[in-house]
Design a protein. Structure first.
Ligand code: VGL
Ligand code: ZN
Length: 208
């Protein structure tokens, strides 16, 4: 398939901290980079996201005495996984990986920059109220179909795809151009939740 003018590729969080050697490395995360680089030129519209946290972000286990990474904590908006410190705004771990080559990308959305609220989704923060503005950007550019690739399948990719559907957009996850963290079954759950909402699933060799 060739993506139309009303489609955009959304490249989620291909940042050093989510790649091998990074603070929150996603297994085989680097495998997505050549696939994303290959398909990106097929899209007239490309949007990138960056996870972008304050150094004292409350999604970090280091901010919760007695807690360790991957424990849970009760936040005002619900249960939150606690992560190793990662993607600190402006730091090397938050930078897009140097091998990602998408010079024609038009927008970078940074998310998770409010200290007390995490944001897996590129649309809505974890309080499920605060918007990033991506919905307005897509609407004003008449983009109605998001193709999503990147890291991590079961967190930022899935939450973004689910919110896209709930906002009335078409959403297609390019499955081999994503990798997951898979915490306590989160990867299977994410695919189940995405499919229940009509998120489509394709492979990167179907693009172009
Ligand atoms: C992500 C965990 C914490 C992601 C971001 O990009 O999927 N996961 N912050
Ligand atoms: Zn994060």
């Amino acid at each position: 398939m060739a993506p139309g003018a009303d489609a955009a590729l959304l490249v989620v969080d291909v940042q050093n901290d989510f790649l091998p050697g990074g603070a929150l490395a996603v297994p085989e995360g680097d495998a997505v980079i050549p696939l994303i680089n290959r398909i990106a030129p097929r899209f007239a519209n490309v949007i990138l996201t960056q996870d972008w946290h304050t150094p004292d972000h409350l999604s970090f286990a280091s901010q919760h005495p007695g807690k360790a990474p991957f424990d849970m904590a009760a936040m005002p908006y619900g249960e939150q996984v606690l992560w190793p410190d990662h993607c600190v705004m402006g730091g090397p771990g938050a930078a897009l990986h140097a091998d990602l080559s998408i010079p024609h990308a038009q927008l970078v959305i940074r998310k998770g920059h409010h200290r007390g609220v995490d944001s897996y989704s590129a649309f809505l923060e974890a309080d499920r109220r605060t918007r990033t503005g991506l919905d307005g950007y897509l609407a004003s550019r008449n983009i109605r179909h998001l193709f999503i690739a990147g890291l991590a399948t079961d967190f930022c990719v899935a939450w973004t795809a689910i919110d896209a559907r709930q906002l009335g957009l078409e959403a297609t996850v390019i499955e081999d151009a994503c990798r997951g963290i898979d915490l306590n079954g989160s990867l299977a759950r994410a695919w189940r939740d995405m499919e229940a909402l009509g998120v489509q699933r394709i492979r990167s060799d179907m693009v172009g």
